[in-house]
Design a binder for this molecule. Structure first.
Ligand SMILES: [Zn+2]
Length: 289
């Protein structure tokens, strides 16, 4: 059997399931992840009926001595070989299990490309490549893409539109990106000349995008995915943006995305640092059509 903690990120747990390195997996979760674990459990029953998957609640990460005690007791009555999955969740949570393990089998997820490595000292390690698909990642946290342009996410009666979801298969990174209202309507250059009515409307629209990203973070974890809002944002939305949402702008010269805090302004235009200081190796301006 393999034991693992359930972390914020979706890719590790799913990689472990998909890899088939074990048909008996136990996921530990803390009360903070209870909702996510219930969703994953339902998904496993449907998607991996052949695999025996158990979910056990462990003490909170705030109580390390309780985790140590729990790990000792859990491992003491295991007669079979137990592999410890190291790539998911907080290290403080899984190390007590590893320390109390009588075998030294560790299981890790490595990216670029994604693969599971089983190390069983002194035997040579074993590598299993893993391919994950966006719809499985979403489904394991209870969501699906519900339209053809891929920008509407659905969970039961909940519908979220205007968010692009991308999965980087090499690195195993999930990203949710929304556009600011000014970008969506092609009005970024009017940010300093808006009427009070327009300002209010923009504020409300952008707040919807921000709250949609926040809602997704409750399912995919603040540290488990990238959350991005792209395009010009006005204050107060810009200044009160939750810390886990990145604000990105398009460079007006090369079109690359640049983090808001790295963006430079030149004659009222947004520039990425490379266009600003002219250090682009390739010509950065686009040919006129
Ligand atoms: Zn640029």
């Amino acid at each position: 059997m393999v034991i693992s903690t359930m972390g914020d990120s979706v890719a590790p747990s799913l990689s472990l399931l998909v890899s088939n390195v074990s048909t008996n997996i136990t996921f530990f979760y803390t009360s903070e992840n209870k909702k996510k674990s219930e969703i994953l459990q339902a998904y496993c029953q449907k998607r991996f009926p052949e695999t025996e998957v158990d979910f056990l609640e462990i003490p909170s990460i705030a109580m390390p001595s309780k985790i140590v005690k729990y790990a000792k007791e859990f491992m003491s009555d295991k007669n079979e070989k137990v592999g410890v999955f190291l790539t998911s969740g907080a290290k403080q949570t899984i190390f007590p299990f590893l320390i109390n393990s009588t075998t030294t089998t560790t299981v890790s997820l490595i990216h670029s490309p994604l693969r599971i490595v089983v190390a069983q000292y002194p035997l040579p390690s074993e590598t299993v490549s893993v391919e994950l698909f966006l719809q499985d990642l979403l489904a394991s946290r209870g969501w699906e893409i519900s339209d053809e342009d891929g920008k509407t996410l659905k969970r039961g009666d909940l519908d979220i539109s205007g968010i692009s979801t991308i999965f980087d298969k090499e690195r195993g990174l999930l990203s949710f990106t929304g556009e600011s209202y000014l970008l969506k309507t092609g009005n970024e250059d009017k940010i300093h000349s808006l009427s009070p009515v327009e300002k209010n409307k923009i504020k409300d629209r952008d707040q919807i995008t921000i709250s949609n990203l926040t809602l997704l973070s409750e399912f995919f974890g603040r540290n488990g995915a990238n959350y991005v809002i792209k395009g010009a944002l006005r204050s107060p939305n810009r200044s009160v943006l939750p810390h886990f949402i990145q604000h990105m702008l398009n460079c007006d010269a090369c079109g690359d995305l640049v983090a808001n805090e790295d963006a430079m302004m030149a004659n009222g235009m947004t520039r990425c640092p490379k266009c600003y200081d002219g250090s682009h190796e390739e010509p950065y301006y686009k040919e006129e059509e």
